[in-house]
Design a protein. Structure first.
Length: 107
């Protein structure tokens, strides 16, 4: 399921405040709102590329968000899925998580 993305420039200050916290909140929101239109074209290209490659972006508010992830205290807001997403809801499963640029202390 693909959704139309609401750009930050279309959001009110109060809507963005729900997701941006901390001592630099005002500065961060100003930066987001001033740069949103410039980046929206890149976002649309990324979404098109994901669609062309069979990659689905799922948010924690979507019905298909894996149930196991919903139980996590700090669940990711978004996950990228490729293949059969139903496998993420199997009772017996394994997850492999990685990063491209991990710090040397974790290698």
């Amino acid at each position: 399921m693909w959704l139309r993305i609401k750009t930050a420039s279309e959001c009110s200050q109060d809507e963005i405040k729900k997701y941006i916290r901390g001592k630099n909140q005002v500065s961060a929101i100003d930066t987001i709102k001033s740069d949103a239109d410039r980046h929206s074209e890149n976002v649309e290209r990324e979404i098109e590329c994901m669609r062309d490659n069979g990659i689905h972006l799922c948010s924690k508010w979507d019905d298909e968000y894996p149930k196991g992830y919903q139980l996590l205290k700090d669940a990711p807001l978004f996950i990228y899925m490729k293949g059969n997403p139903d496998l993420l809801n199997w009772e017996d499963s394994i997850a492999i998580v990685g990063t491209r640029d991990c710090l040397s202390i974790y290698q």
